[in-house]
Design a protein around this ligand. Structure first.
Ligand SMILES: Cc1cc2nc3c(=O)[nH]c(=O)nc-3n(C[C@H](O)[C@H](O)[C@H](O)COP(=O)(O)O)c2cc1C
Length: 183
């Protein structure tokens, strides 16, 4: 069990969980609880530029069929194998304002929310990975999941409980000093 930790420890410890999920149900209500904390992300003008689509395990096959319809037949086996064991998905969607400033602020805001969500999930041993596969730009896929014109899919989060002992990763980050200059 992950102990209560400082924010810096959780940020440093979190990794994307891409596979080897535990066979436990990810309940929509539990994701909503996490989302209701994640929405306290900074967002300019308090526009709250986001909405979400939850895909439960029960609906996974329907999602896979929708994805496969957007992929070449020769890739189907590989695509299916990547999705077949994922307990749940969350599609993150933002309204696309035609004004660049607003669009960028909104993209930054929903990105902040997603990181909040990943950290909150980590605390509960609910692993996530933020994915941006090509099909999220495919009109067929967008239509099938009800994304409207003027909306952008920011990504599809894979969700699943995980065993921390199975996911030790040697990660590296460049020291920020190397990216810092003074004016
Ligand atoms: C905007 C965005 C898009 C990403 N898209 C993918 C993706 O399509 N496939 C994937 O395997 N990981 C994807 N990732 C996860 C990154 O690869 C991962 O965060 C990165 O390797 C750092 O690893 P960590 O999250 O474990 O620290 C994405 C992450 C971000 C922020």
């Amino acid at each position: 069990m992950i102990q209560q930790q400082s924010i810096s420890a959780v940020i440093r410890e979190r990794i994307s969980i891409k596979s080897n999920y535990l066979p436990l149900e990810v309940k929509e209500e539990d994701v909503v609880t996490l989302l209701n904390n994640a929405v306290w992300a900074p967002n300019h003008g308090l526009r709250e530029p986001w909405r979400f689509l939850f895909v439960s395990e029960e609906r996974r096959e329907a999602l896979i069929q929708t994805v496969l319809a957007c992929c070449e037949a020769k890739t189907h086996e590989k695509v299916r194998s990547k999705l077949a064991d994922v307990p749940a998905f969350l599609v993150a969607i933002m309204p696309e304002d035609p004004r660049q400033k607003i669009w960028e602020e909104d993209f930054a805001a929903i990105s902040s929310l997603i990181q909040n969500l990943q950290l909150l999930g980590w605390e509960k041993e609910l692993g996530m990975v933020w994915k941006t596969p090509n099909y999220i730009y495919d009109p067929k896929f967008r239509r099938a999941i009800g994304v409207q014109n003027g909306e952008k899919i920011i990504g599809i989060l894979q969700l699943g409980y995980f065993d921390p002992a199975q996911h030790v990763k040697d990660r590296k980050r460049t020291n920020a000093l190397e990216k810092l200059t003074s004016f």
